[in-house]
Design a protein around this ligand. Structure first.
Ligand SMILES: Nc1ncnc2c1ncn2[C@@H]1O[C@H](COP(=O)(O)OP(=O)(O)OP(=O)(O)O)[C@@H](O)[C@H]1O
Length: 270
């Protein structure tokens, strides 16, 4: 089956006036249809950049990124817009940026449904699930938490094939956070939506099937069913998780010893 997301050697370089920042270096990643993934990693690791690329809001500086089999860097801006409107739901980090400020909650959801037929029943159910059923205020006048809940409802309005959400619970209390997690889980279960969420919230990552940790612009580790694994990169490199840095500090030399089922790294005595 075609992967929902496939990155091959994806590189993203931001060029500012006097410097170049390498935000992603050689990301290889496959996310299957219907998978639910938490993107983890320290601040500045490149998570939001990866999200923007998957949303088609940025084009990779190098490498190839395919969404549902389509190479996004080959699409015209118009075709990319159509794909986004029909197939991808996006929740950006700043909740207000996802919304039309002068429109009400219901109008925001209806606008997101414009690519398909507007479905008022679905719109009302989504708003109820995030506790905004009776909300009459315009989005611009809502609190940050209300905007965040509305942004998730808007992103799911079209039953997208791919939901991308950057820190969707950062401004929510536990109850609202649970409501948002429930909505995301429901989208995955009922519509087979593939879900990728950037999060620092342990409750969110526990609810999702797989974790991918980005460190220094690369996929550093993966977790499934609560167990963490490092990932052997294309050139055979692995990133040691920070908790092992004391045993093998970055830059130190190690002996590689073969074991029946893998290899061991032992610090070389200096
Ligand atoms: N528009 C931009 N122009 C220049 N540099 C940028 C831009 N956006 C991000 N960066 C830089 O790229 C790197 C990766 O940033 P990114 O926001 O993707 O990381 P992140 O893992 O999402 O961090 P956080 O958890 O703090 O949101 C950082 O060094 C950041 O400063």
């Amino acid at each position: 089956m075609t992967a929902a997301v496939r990155c091959d050697g994806v590189v993203q370089i931001y060029k500012t006036r006097d410097l170049e920042i390498v935000a992603l270096r050689d990301v290889d990643l496959v996310i299957a249809q219907g998978e639910t993934v938490a993107l983890l990693g320290p601040s500045g690791a490149g998570k939001s950049t990866l999200m923007w690329l998957m949303a088609g809001l940025l084009r990779p500086s190098a490498g190839r990124l395919r969404i549902n089999g389509t190479d996004v860097s080959r699409l015209s801006p118009g075709a990319l817009d159509r794909m986004r409107a029909a197939d991808i739901g996006v929740v950006l980090q700043n909740p207000g940026r996802n919304l039309i400020p002068y429109a009400t909650a219901a109008q925001n959801v209806a606008f997101a449904q414009r690519a398909a037929r507007t479905d008022r029943r679905r719109a009302a159910a989504l708003l109820d699930r995030v506790g905004l059923g009776g909300m009459r205020r315009r989005a611009g006048a809502m609190s940050g938490g209300e905007q965040q809940r509305l942004a998730v409802a808007v992103a799911l309005a079209n039953a997208p094939r791919l939901l991308l959400a950057d820190e969707p619970t950062s401004q929510l209390d536990d109850d609202s956070g649970r409501a948002v997690i429930g909505l995301i889980e429901q989208a995955a279960e009922e519509n087979g939506t593939t879900v990728v969420v950037v999060t620092h919230d342990a409750a969110v990552s526990r609810a999702l099937g797989r974790t991918i940790t980005i460190r220094d612009g690369k996929v550093g580790a993966e977790g499934r069913h609560g167990e963490e694994f490092v990932v052997v990169g294309r050139e055979g490199g692995v990133q040691l998780p920070p908790e092992f840095h004391e045993l093998l500090p970055p830059g130190s030399m190690a002996r590689v010893e073969a074991l029946p089922d893998g290899v061991a790294l032992r610090r070389a005595e200096s």
